[in-house]
Design a protein around this ligand. Structure first.
Ligand code: 5AD
Ligand code: SF4
Length: 449
C-alpha cells in the first residue's frame, strides 16, 4: 500500500543511544520520502513519532513523562502519535490498547512500512513489531542526516549475546548483518562526510552475508573510500575482538585511535554471572594487545554498578581495573532490572543506597583518572574536527580529536565540519582547551581531494 503524506508535518523525538539517533534519521527520511514535511516541534506536527530506548529503566521513565506531555497536547489538538524503537518492541501491548492516546507502535524492523502504518493509524490503532530474519535495506536516500560532515552508517542490527541484564536481544532481535557493498555504497553516497562512524550493537562479530568477510575486511573497504578522513565504530564486544581487527586498525591511519570497549564489571565473578564471555584477565590481556599495536589508543567503557550479588570486593575490583587501564571516559549506570532478561528473574538485591554510593565513588575515581589523561595532552598540537560554537562563550569553538576528546578553542572563524590544528594549552577532566594554529588549518572537504 503506497501512502502519500503530502501536506502533513512530522516531528521525530529521540530518546537513547546513537543507534536510536540513526534510526530517527531513517524514520524522518522515510516519512519525508512519502511527502511529509518537517515540523519544528510537536506543537505544529500532524504526526509525532517518539523513538525510544529500553536499555535502562531511567530511559523508559523519561519516555513516559514525555508521552504524558503529548497526551495533554492531544486533548487540545488532533495529531497522530506513534511510539517507535525498543520500548515499542517490548511494551507493545501496554502501549496500544491501554493508552488510547497512542495511535501506532512500530518496532525497529518496521520503519520502511511507516507511511502505510501512519495511513492505517488514521483509522484505527496499529501495532507492527515483527522481526524479519534478514537485513532490511533502508538506504542512504531515505536518511535525513543531522550532520553534513559526520555520518553514522549502520552495519549490523540486533544481538545474540544475551548478557544477563540486557534487553537488546529482545528489543532489537537477533544479529543481522548489512551486506558489505551496501555499507560501502552508503559511505560513498555520504559525500560531504569526512567522518564515518560504523554502528551496531556488536560490530566486531560482523560477517558480510554474501562473501563472509569479517569486520577487519569491512574496515579496510570503508577506509579505502576516497574522502573518508576519520573512521570510527561502536560498539565492540571484548569477547570477539580478533587480532585481525587490531591489525586492520593499526594498518589504516584513517581508523581513529579510539575504542568503546564495554567492560561492565572488573570482577570475573560478576562477569560470569552477567554472561559476558570474558574474565577480568582476558579483558586486560586484550587491552595490552591493543595498546602494543596502537600506542595512541584511547579507550572508553561502560560500567554497571550494583548488579545482583555484587559485593564490596567485586566493586573494588572494578575500581582497581579502572586505575589499571586508564579509560579516557566511562558511561556508568546503576543496575536496573529489565523485562525478559535473565537477571530480572532473580532478586535485585543490592540496595539502592549502595548502588548510589558505588556510582558516586566510581565517577569520582574516574574523574581524577581522566583529569590525568587529559593533562597529558597539554602542549601538543592536535588535529581537531570542528563541531561549531562552544557552549562556553563567544569567539570559542568546539571540536573533537581523533581520539574523541572534546576540545574548546579560539579560532578566527567557525570551523564546523573542518579540520584545524589546535595547540593545547590547558585541560580539565572532560575537555581540552587551546587555540587554532593559523597556518595549521588543513581544512579538508570531501570531494576536494
Ligand atoms: N541496567 C543498567 N545498565 C544497563 N546497561 C544495559 N542494560 C542495563 C541494565 N539493565 C548498560 C550497559 C550497556 C549500556 C548501553 O547500558 O553498560 O553497555
Ligand atoms: Fe546487550 Fe550484551 Fe548484546 Fe551488548 S552484547 S547489546 S550488553 S546483550
Amino acid at each position: 500500500m503506497s501512502v502519500s503524506l503530502t501536506g502533513l508535518k512530522v516531528f521525530v523525538r529521540t530518546f537513547g543511544c546513537q543507534m536510536n539517533e540513526n534510526d530517527s534519521e531513517h524514520i524522518a527520511g522515510i516519512l519525508l520520502g512519502a511527502g511529509a514535511a518537517r515540523a519544528e516541534g510537536p506543537e505544529d506536527a500532524d504526526i509525532v513519532v517518539v523513538n525510544t530506548c529500553a536499555v535502562r529503566q531511567k530511559s523508559e521513565e523519561k519516555l513516559y513523562s514525555y508521552l504524558g506531555r503529548l497526551s495533554q497536547m492531544k486533548k487540545k489538538r488532533r495529531f497522530l502519535l506513534g511510539v517507535a524503537g525498543c520500548v515499542a518492541q517490548v511494551r507493545r501491548a501496554d502501549l496500544v490498547g491501554k493508552r488510547p492516546d497512542i495511535d501506532f507502535v512500530a518496532g525497529p524492523d518496521s520503519y520502511l512500512d511507516l507511511p502505510e502504518i501512519v495511513g492505517r493509524a488514521a483509522e484505527s490503532p496499529v501495532i507492527r513489531t515483527e522481526f524479519g530474519r534478514d537485513w532490511k535495506e533502508i538506504g542512504a536516500a531515505s536518511t535525513v542526516r543531522q550532520s553534513a560532515w559526520s555520518a553514522f552508517v549502520p552495519v549490523m542490527e540486533g544481538c545474540d549475546n544475551f548478557c544477563a541484564y540486557c534487553i537488546v536481544p529482545f528489543s532489537r532481535g537477533r544479529e543481522k548483518f548489512r551486506p558489505l557493498p551496501s555499507v560501502v555504497e552508503e559511505v560513498r553516497a555520504a559525500k560531504s562526510a569526512v567522518e564515518i562512524q560504523l554502528l551496531g550493537q556488536n560490530v566486531n562479530s560482523y560477517r558480510d552475508p554474501g562473501s563472509g568477510t569479517g569486520f577487519a575486511g569491512l574496515l579496510e573497504a570503508v577506509a579505502a573510500v576516497p574522502g573518508v578522513e576519520w573512521l570510527r565504530f561502536i560498539t565492540s564486544h571484548p569477547k570477539s575482538f580478533g587480532d585481525d581487527i587490531i591489525r586492520a586498525m593499526a594498518a589504516h591511519p584513517k581508523v581513529c585511535p579510539a575504542l568503546h570497549l564495554p567492560l561492565q564489571s572488573g570482577s570475573s565473578r560478576v562477569l560470569e554471572r552477567m554472561n559476558r564471555g570474558y574474565t577480568r584477565e582476558e579483558y586486560l590481556a586484550l587491552v595490552g594487545r591493543l595498546r602494543r599495536s596502537l600506542p595512541e589508543l584511547l579507550l572508553m567503557t561502560d560500567i554497571i554498578v550494583g548488579f545482583p550479588g555484587e559485593t564490596e570486593e567485586d566493586f573494588e575490583a572494578t575500581c582497581g581495573l579502572l586505575r589499571e587501564v586508564g579509560f579516557a571516559g566511562i558511561f556508568s549506570f546503576r543496575y536496573s532490572p529489565r523485562p525478559l532478561t535473565a537477571a530480572a528473574a532473580g532478586p535485585d538485591d543490592v540496595p539502592l543506597e549502595v548502588k548510589r554510593r558505588r556510582l558516586i565513588a566510581l565517577q569520582a575515581l574516574q574523574r581524577s583518572i581522566q583529569a590525568g589523561i587529559y593533562r597529558s595532552f597539554v602542549g601538543r598540537d592536535l588535529r581537531v574536527l570542528g563541531t561549531g560554537p562552544s557552549p562556553k562563550g563567544a569567539g570559542r569553538f568546539s571540536g573533537r580529536t581523533a581520539g574523541n576528546l572534546v576540545v574548546n578553542f579560539d579560532a578566527p572563524a567557525d570551523p564546523a565540519g573542518r579540520f584545524v590544528t589546535v595547540r593545547i594549552t590547558g585541560s580539565g577532566p572532560y575537555s581540552l582547551h587551546g587555540s587554532a594554529l593559523e597556518n595549521g588549518d588543513v581544512s579538508v572537504f570531501r570531494g576536494e581531494n
